[in-house]
Design a protein around this ligand. Sequence first.
Ligand SMILES: *[C@@H]1O[C@H](CO)[C@@H](O)[C@H](O)[C@H]1NC(C)=O
Ligand SMILES: *[C@@H]1O[C@H](CO)[C@@H](O)[C@H](O)[C@H]1NC(C)=O
Ligand SMILES: *[C@@H]1O[C@H](CO)[C@@H](O)[C@H](O)[C@H]1NC(C)=O
Length: 312
Amino acid sequence: MFRSFWTFLYWILRPFVKWFLRKTTKLCELQRICYGERVGACRTLGVEFSLYHSRSKEIKQLIEYLNRTSDTVSFTGSNQEYVVQYAVHTIMQVKNIKPQIHPQLGKSLSTCIEHIWGYKQLIQEIEALRTTTYDSSKEEHEQKLLALWNFLMPKVPLEARITKQWQDIGFQGDDPKTDFRGMGLLGLENLIYFAREYPGAAQHVLSHSHHPQYGYAFAIVGINLTSMAYYLLKDGSAKTHVYNVCNKFPTMKVFHQFYCYLFYEFDRFWIESKPRNVMDFTFIKDKFEKCIRLSLVNPSTVFRINISIDNI
Ligand SMILES: *[C@@H]1O[C@H](CO)[C@@H](O)[C@H](O)[C@H]1NC(C)=O
Ligand SMILES: *[C@@H]1O[C@H](CO)[C@@H](O)[C@H](O)[C@H]1NC(C)=O
Ligand SMILES: *[C@@H]1O[C@H](CO)[C@@H](O)[C@H](O)[C@H]1NC(C)=O
């Protein structure tokens, strides 16, 4: 009740405060954010808030257009730069800002727009992979699965397509095809990226998963962490990290790297928690997710995988 009163007051006063600041500083809200906040999440989150709450009809139309572009995954090739430039131009015109007098503002704004709508587009791209079910009648899917084996077990040949060997990398039975479930191809692509790009870290985690006391199913846990990464991205929690880590348009690579970080850190967290058995998984995973969410609230958070292990 008390809180909603202040929220109410804030929305009543916001236009007057904006007007007052504009008069005294001779800068509009977007300029104050772009000049006052550090590049990255602080600035982009400020610009995002300001644009979404703009009462200007032109800005509202622009947002609708940008939403449509990202929702249909149309920020591609030269269209990407064209749309971003158009958006910056429109905002400057509405706010009556001369680009020649404020050249830095245009650059700053285009980075923010790339962040905001690149993130939205990334969610769509990830959704497309997630909803693609693993299909063993597709040669392309089968090749990916075999590639995963070869990246993780370069010295051990797979004896057959259907074999108990799959359990060595943490699948459930003798055929991984049903293990991807709700995460579809996204789970497989995440695992491949981890094994291919961070072979040292992946081997380190895989060997932990074979631990006699603290062992777990590598691939199954990996797929579960895909789901964690997916929900963190989708509900917007991962914005701080993504806006800080990208200086341009966020792409799939950013998501894969975020996943690798989660997997590597989860493994460490698991071992340090000294689980009694795999029944502790849900409890430890929830605790881990809480820590990650807490870090993501901090606008200066950047997750970097600790690859010192890759040099061993
Ligand atoms: C654009 O997308 C954002 C985030 O998904 C949403 O909050 C907003 O209402 C949308 N705006 C319009 C005008 O479609
Ligand atoms: C991940 O594990 C949790 C239990 O901790 C379970 O509820 C959830 O369905 C699993 N998700 C996937 C995609 O396997
Ligand atoms: C990276 O890993 C090494 C070795 O495990 C550790 O000593 C170091 O503190 C870690 N660095 C960070 C930033 O976590």
